[in-house]
Structures are given as structure tokens and as C-alpha cells.
Design a protein around this ligand. Structure first.
Ligand code: C5P
Length: 252
């Protein structure tokens, strides 16, 4: 379950962001660089995080006319990030322009383009499930690799877009963490993963914790399925395997 957590580096100071990257070494593989860190520190911060053997989700949420988004997507691709995103409300032409720009630059660099994600509705806003599901279907139809949506909607989105489409879920609050005042569509990490999230995006529950490493470990434990959820039916397991509490059909 290690690769399932993306940590949002919502900091203004380079040293605070890099401290978290160092602290979570071995537990977290992808860090999210959003508008706060990017506009405070510039693109150099991407390189500095990558030097620490981590991957980047560049969360700048592009929303502009197609030509501008196409050029911005070229630039994001040149930064060698794993993911970047745009607002789906920009429409089909804008989405296609982003893909064109990214593919053009990737081809020049001789590599694959980053995965491009669409923001459905911010988790800080109220929304209907059908609105988010329709936007996700539109994202897929226009060639995007995935969407960002709340874990509350992820089950319905999955039914519409299938299992290979990426769904990243922010608005994550573990039961023991303080609920963020600005987030409206909030869900626990375990529930988001069980509903079908490809990744959960966690910011303050980790970065504001007294001990961010312990908080991350705790979330990892919560989202890791218990050993008794083995896909093998009990009769095919070796004797003694999975005989712990609550095991399969054999115990009531
Ligand atoms: O601190 P918290 O876990 O609420 O942070 C959530 C992160 O996910 C923030 O960096 C925010 O910008 C981002 N995000 C979001 N809702 C979206 C897309 C991104 O909260 N729809």
C-alpha cells in the first residue's frame, strides 16, 4: 500500500518542504507540489525533490484558453514530473490542447509524457455525485489519464470509467486527525481506498502532525488490508494460514 499515498507539500519555504521529503523517505514515493510551493520557490524545487529520489505530482490546476494551456503543458512536461493537472471546466478543446502540448515536448525529449489529470470539483466545494461522474466521463472521452475527485464519489466514478482510469482523492481525514475547516467533501483514508481510489492525497493530516512519519505509518496501516483478506478460499490455503481472528467462511 506504500505507493498509494501522495503527500501534499503545501509550504511556502523550501526547507519545510524538503524536511518532510527527507522525513518520509522509504514511506512515500510521490509528493504533490501545488501553487503555494511552486509560486514561492519556483521550478527549482521540483529538481530538489527529485534529487531525493521522489516523484512529483505538479498540481497547478491549469485553466485558461487552449493555446495557453498547451504551452504550459509543454513546460510542465519539460520539468519531468509524473503527473500534472488541469480543471475539467476548461472543456474538451483545452484538454486536447494540453495533451498535444505535452506529447510534443515529450517526443522532443524522447520520453513518455506525464500522466494528465482533470480536477472535477474541488473538495472544498459542495457538489452532486452526477456532476462529478459526468465530468470524469468527459475527461476520459477526451483522452486524460485520470481525475481528481472526493473519495465519496469514487465508487460511482469507477462504475462509469472502468478500473484502469486513475482516480486521485484529496479531502482525506483519518479518524484521529483534526478535520480541515476548508474541506467539505471529506472521507477517511481506508474508505477512500476501499471505494476504489488509485491514490489518496494527504496534506495537513501528515504535514501538521506532531510526528509526520508516525502519522504516515498510521495511515499506511489503516489502508493495508488485513491478512485475512487473502483472495484464496480457505480450503486452498496451507494449514495454519489465515487462522487469525475473523477468518473467512470457516469461523462465525
Ligand atoms: O491538507 P489537505 O489534506 O486538506 O490537502 C489537500 C490537498 O489536495 C491540497 O494541496 C489541495 O490543494 C489539494 N486538492 C484538493 N481538492 C482538489 C484538488 C486538490 O484539496 N479537488
Amino acid at each position: 500500500m506504500k505507493g498509494k499515498i501522495i503527500v501534499a507539500l503545501d509550504f511556502s519555504r523550501r526547507k519545510d518542504a524538503l524536511k518532510i521529503v527527507e522525513e518520509l523517505k522509504g514511506l512515500v514515493e510521490i509528493f504533490k507540489v501545488g501553487i503555494q510551493l511552486f509560486t514561492s520557490c519556483g521550478p527549482k524545487i521540483i529538481q530538489e525533490i527529485k534529487e531525493r529520489k521522489a516523484n512529483i505530482f505538479l498540481d497547478l490546476k491549469f485553466l485558461d484558453i487552449p493555446n495557453t494551456v498547451e504551452k504550459a503543458s509543454e513546460a510542465a512536461t519539460a520539468l519531468d514530473v509524473e503527473f500534472f493537472d488541469l480543471h475539467l471546466t476548461g472543456g474538451g478543446e483545452m484538454i486536447k490542447a494540453a495533451i498535444t502540448g505535452s506529447e510534443r515536448r515529450a517526443m522532443l525529449l524522447g520520453k513518455n509524457r506525464p500522466k494528465i489529470l482533470g480536477v472535477t470539483v474541488l473538495t472544498s466545494q459542495s457538489s452532486s455525485i452526477s456532476e462529478v461522474v459526468d465530468l470524469s466521463a468527459m475527461a476520459k472521452a477526451n483522452g486524460l489519464d485520470g481525475v481528481i475527485a472526493s473519495g465519496l464519489e469514487v465508487g460511482e466514478i469507477r462504475k462509469r470509467v472502468g478500473k484502469d482510469f486513475l482516480i486521485l482523492c484529496p479531502g482525506i481525514c483519518p479518524p484521529w486527525a483534526k478535520k480541515p475547516q476548508d474541506q467539505k467533501r471529506v472521507i477517511g483514508p481506508k474508505e477512500a481506498i476501499e471505494n476504489g481510489a488509485s491514490y489518496i492525497i494527504v496534506g495537513r493530516a501528515i504535514t501538521s502532525a506532531k510526528n509526520p512519519r508516525e502519522a504516515t505509518k498510521r495511515i499506511l496501516e489503516e489502508i493495508t488490508p488485513p491478512p485475512h483478506s487473502s483472495p484464496l478460499p480457505p480450503r486452498l490455503r496451507r494449514t495454519g494460514e489465515g487462522e487469525d481472528e475473523g477468518e473467512g467462511e470457516t469461523k462465525k
